[in-house]
Write a protein that binds this ligand. Structure first.
Ligand code: SDX
Length: 374
């Protein structure tokens, strides 16, 4: 065993097949069930992308209408979920609140089968649709609660993206804001065996339940090396403050060997395929907001860091400022990532369950030689 090569972080290790998405660093591309993500972001409502990830095909008009109707009927929270959130400390991180709420949904699961007509065959798909519909209402409630504002009920006359913004801010958003938000959700939805998705697959591989797998995935996504980076990007931009501070700030950060949030990627080494699309969406908000200071800071930091280290932005870099300009609290950025990525997670959980093998790697022992209690 001693001469076995260890692949720390499973870097470069292919552990299974998936038909859900293809991340290709050579061509810097990302396909969801064969469709380039850029085409989906340009043309599809987020509900259609969720359907595609779960079913492998884009929905027909009839299938989409039927799914939308079902999704809208599942948006309202059980009063006990609101009681749970109210029982949590006011300064709890929103990711801890979202993780806890998902865990509670799992405890309700038994009562949902009948209520929603789930049969054994459709059980996990029903759960996936339920989580998809519940998470925006949970995230919006957490945002409103942080600001001491009354909760806003979901509206079944609004599509997923517009309703998400309505429940959060209590006013109908502009079409431009809805479209930027929808693009971010499509780009965040799925990304093969990233850390949180693989966490979900490990839990699913023990034949545990979908909620347990999603709770584990939320825990993995919270980390700043992964989903928590979009929140951390905004903290970095606010720490630097203005474009003219970038050079001295970077000098110090690089000297301290700090990881600059929003840059780098385990798979993409020459740029993240999703960044140009999210960057363009961010520009719409920067123009509309007139925030030249933020636009300059964002551009200078990217140019300076790429020039010095040859490490490129990932999706979290444009997404952070975009969510800031949409009006979300910084700590709500990663919960939004949860609401989008729950589509990919649940698709992978169902794929793992459909052709399962318990995930259990080996380790090379480097501890004390065998010895015996005196
Ligand atoms: C996401 O996997 C996915 O698909 C994830 C994701 C998804 O959609 O699910 O794309 C979402 O998680 C994107 C990544 C968000 N994280 C961040 O922005 C955090 C900052 N990034 C780094 O921590 C880092 O780039 C990682 C963790 C993302 C990837 O790191 P790797 O592949 O493990 O590479 P590494 O850390 O070994 O870095 C190689 C070198 C190191 O230098 P040396 O120690 O060899 O001298 O590059 C340096 C690193 O220090 N480096 C960075 C850096 N990223 C890499 N140095 C400073 N800042 C960075 N951001």
């Amino acid at each position: 065993m001693s001469d076995t090569e260890i692949k720390k972080g499973l870097a470069g290790v292919v552990v299974d097949e998936t038909a859900i998405s293809k991340v290709n660093p050579e061509t810097n591309s990302l396909l969801y069930r064969g469709y380039p993500v850029q085409e989906l972001a340009a043309t599809q409502p987020f509900e259609a992308v969720a359907y595609l990830l779960w079913h492998g095909e884009l929905p027909s008009a009839g299938q989409l209408a039927e799914f939308e109707q079902r999704e809208r009927s599942l948006r309202s929270l059980d009063p006990r979920t609101l009681q749970l959130l109210d029982a949590m400390p006011a300064d709890a991180h929103p990711m801890d609140l979202v993780r806890t709420a998902v865990s509670q949904l799992g405890a309700f699961d038994g009562t949902l089968h009948e209520a929603n007509g789930w049969t054994d065959r459709t059980l996990d798909l029903g759960r996936a649709e339920y989580l998809f519909a519940q998470l925006p209402t949970i995230v919006a409630a957490v945002q409103r609660r942080r600001r001491g504002l009354p909760l806003i009920a979901p509206r079944d006359d609004l599509d997923y993206s517009r309703n998400f913004l309505w429940m959060t801010f209590g006013e109908l958003p502009s079409d431009a804001a809805v479209d930027v938000f929808r693009v971010s959700l499509v780009l965040y939805a799925e990304h093969s065996f990233n850390a949180s998705t693989f966490t979900a697959r490990v839990i699913a591989s023990t034949t545990s339940d979908m909620y347990s797998a999603v709770v584990g995935a939320v825990g993995a996504l919270k980390g700043p090396l992964h989903g928590g980076a979009n929140e951390a990007v905004m903290h970095v931009l606010e720490e630097i403050g203005r474009a003219e501070n970038v050079v001295p700030w970077l000098d110090a950060a690089i000297a301290e060997k700090r990881k600059i949030m929003g840059f780098g990627h385990r798979v993409y080494k020459h740029g993240d395929s999703r960044v140009p699309t999210m960057h363009a969406a961010l520009q719409v908000l920067l123009e509309e907001s007139g925030r030249r200071d933020l636009a300059d800071l964002y551009a200078v930091l990217e140019a300076e860091f790429v020039a010095r280290k040859g490490i490129y932005p990932n999706l979290d870099y444009p997404s952070g400022p975009a969510y800031h300009l949409l009006g979300f609290d910084t700590e709500i950025f990663t919960p939004i990532f949860v609401a989008a990525r729950v589509t990919g997670w649940t698709a992978h959980i169902m794929e793992q369950s459909a052709s399962n093998a318990l995930i259990r790697p080996l380790s090379a022992y480097n501890g004390a030689e065998e010895r015996h209690v005196p």
